[in-house]
Design a protein around this ligand. Sequence first.
Ligand SMILES: C[S@@+](CC[C@H](N)C(=O)[O-])C[C@H]1O[C@@H](n2cnc3c(N)ncnc32)[C@H](O)[C@@H]1O
Length: 393
Amino acid sequence: MTPQARVQAAIEILDAVIAAARSGGPSADRIIADWFRTRRFAGSGDRRAVRDLAYGAIRACGEVPVSGRAAMLHLAQDDAALAALFDGSRHAPLPIAPDEPVAAGGIAPAWLTQRLAESGIAGAAAAALLARAPLDVRVNTLKARRDALELPLPGEPLAAPQGLRFAHGTPVEQWQAFKDGQIEVQDGGSQLACAAVDAAPGETVIDLCAGAGGKTLALAADMAGKGRLIACDTDRARLSRLAPRAARAGVPPIDTRLLGPGRELDALVDLAGKADAVLVDAPCSGTGTWRRNPEARWRLTPHELARLTAIQSRLLDVAAVLVRPGGRLVFVTCSLLDAEGADQVAGFLARHSAWQAVPLDLGAGTPRGHGLRLDPLQDTTDGFFIARLAAPW
Ligand SMILES: C[S@@+](CC[C@H](N)C(=O)[O-])C[C@H]1O[C@@H](n2cnc3c(N)ncnc32)[C@H](O)[C@@H]1O
């Protein structure tokens, strides 16, 4: 592809990303993969260049742009070489007209930027939400040890006890250690959220929102494969991805429970008051993971945020029913908004006055309300809110 054709391709992809953000359609990654699937003439250099252009524009524009071309023109404003590629030649974008719409730059839509600022995330901390994430792995202690594992490249040890960091794009999934289940790809913040559960061998631990089991596998390793681990979710497809991952990681079969939204306890009655620990890795806005999917900020609306916070409160109450007297509940969201963090825990403690928040020391993070917040600027992880709550005896 010519440099001009790459820009035009990025514009077409951005049009699709914008439409998907408005209609709840596929992710930018999916759209880019689909675009190239039908254009076999594009080589790996073309893919990388088009992807970088598209993601560069997504990261740079806070509000949803009116079009892919307006988003790309925002980048071209400060890049004369890019602007010169709008030359109208074959497969190139049309020349830039003087009165064309140009998308505005920014961190996120105005309402969301304000909510972040009210939650103490502004300036450099807000910009860091859109930085490029490194690649973190967790050493699986069921099969290996961080200090005795030989890998093709040395990783940088993280605050998370089994975490190692590599540069973005390191092909760890091709390494034998990955194929053998000795390492899992998992953000350092996500690993710290699991450490907050402090799961121990022989315990009964429930992962209430397990998804495809990223955190479940870390809990299983902490339990040394001994005890009872129950992985739950309302999404059958996600939950079904856990079994093959567990097999690769050498984790004994895990009890999985498919939950009905709003009727979660129906499938968990046998566990009421029995769990030593319940992890609520709740569905959330994902403001802490924009480094990986920056277009998510174009999808979020105040209405969607209100829907998510209502689910989070309900899941906290569901979890409280499952925890045994003296047991623990760990609440986690990958969000920096207080509505999905500190406020959520304050609300829980107001509803359950006999429960207590337990201070956390994970070697990273900043206290926020009754919990701890990890943020991409200070902690160089994805953004997370983590709180640990103790049930009364
Ligand atoms: C943040 S994700 C979990 C990610 C997962 N723990 C991991 O580490 O990969 C939140 C999960 O909550 C699930 N979920 C949504 N509503 C739920 C509900 N009412 N009960 C349980 N899980 C729910 C979603 O399907 C999603 O998989």
